[in-house]
Design a protein around this ligand. Structure first.
Ligand SMILES: O=C(CO)[C@H](O)[C@H](O)COP(=O)(O)O
Length: 239
């Protein structure tokens, strides 16, 4: 089974949790796209749900697949968000933002009763950090923000090269919110909650790709089948 088939399997397993009448957060990326497509098939067959997309790309996919959409201004909570991840550790801390949608993804995940992470099992790691950590920044004063980020890294016992993300056409990648992303090659993040807190305190940082205490479960598809890992601590508990 190839990687794409594994991603679809994980998406199909998450879809089993969806019930009639649910309000859903719709993630971004190649794995989340499978979920939106499979959800669209269920909607065509009569399932009544409404979704909030985490990016303009997912909005377009959902509309193409016939999934009705709303916003977090029109509804006050979401039952489940289903989203992918770039790395998942045994505490269900995540690195997200490889697709550049981390800000909306985090807002939507935080507004959800449950976040189900779907992935092929190559995303499962003992320690976060091999995947470059995305930090979404305001372009104004970027030099000062980068220095503050480096200081936060040093205080949290990590270091590594930082690079402003480029789009395929060579221009700076601009997020749906109009911001830039700095990707940091940290290798090994020893204290993800501590680093998350330090980055969140920097004025020019809009958001970062560490998702701490947000995922309720992870559905991992691999050669040996599907594993569902449930979070042991309550949602939002970072200790
Ligand atoms: O965080 C994300 C987008 O911002 C994605 O969920 C993450 O990059 C995983 O993507 P894929 O399912 O394509 O591997």
């Amino acid at each position: 089974m190839n990687m794409d088939q594994l991603k679809r399997q994980a998406a199909a397993r998450a879809l089993e949790e969806v019930r009639d009448g649910m309000q859903l957060g719709l993630g971004t990326g190649s794995t989340a796209k499978h979920f939106v497509e499979l959800l669209g098939e269920r909607v065509a067959a009569g399932l009544k749900v409404i979704g909030v997309p985490t990016s303009e790309a997912t909005r377009a996919d959902a509309l193409r697949c016939g999934v009705p959409l709303t916003t977090l201004d029109e509804i006050d909570h979401l039952d489940i968000t289903v989203d992918g991840a770039d790395e998942i550790d045994p505490e269900l801390n995540l690195i997200k933002g490889g697709g550049g949608a981390l800000l909306r993804e985090k807002i939507v995940a935080a507004a959800s009763d449950r976040m189900i992470v779907i992935a092929d099992d190559s995303k499962w790691v003992p320690t976060l950090g091999k995947f470059p950590l995305p930090v979404e920044v305001i372009p104004f004063g970027l030099g000062a923000t980068r220095r503050a980020i480096e200081k936060a890294f040093a205080e949290c016992g990590v270091s590594g090269q930082m690079a402003v993300r480029k789009a395929k056409d060579g221009h700076v990648f601009v997020t749906d919110g109009g911001h830039w992303i700095v990707d940091a090659q940290l290798g090994r993040i020893v204290d993800p909650p501590g680093l998350a807190k330090a980055l969140s305190a920097i004025p020019g940082v809009v958001e970062h790709g560490l998702f701490i205490g947000l995922a309720s479960s992870a559905v991992l598809a691999g050669g040996g089948g599907i594993r569902v890992i449930e979070r042991r601590k309550p949602k939002g508990d970072q200790e």
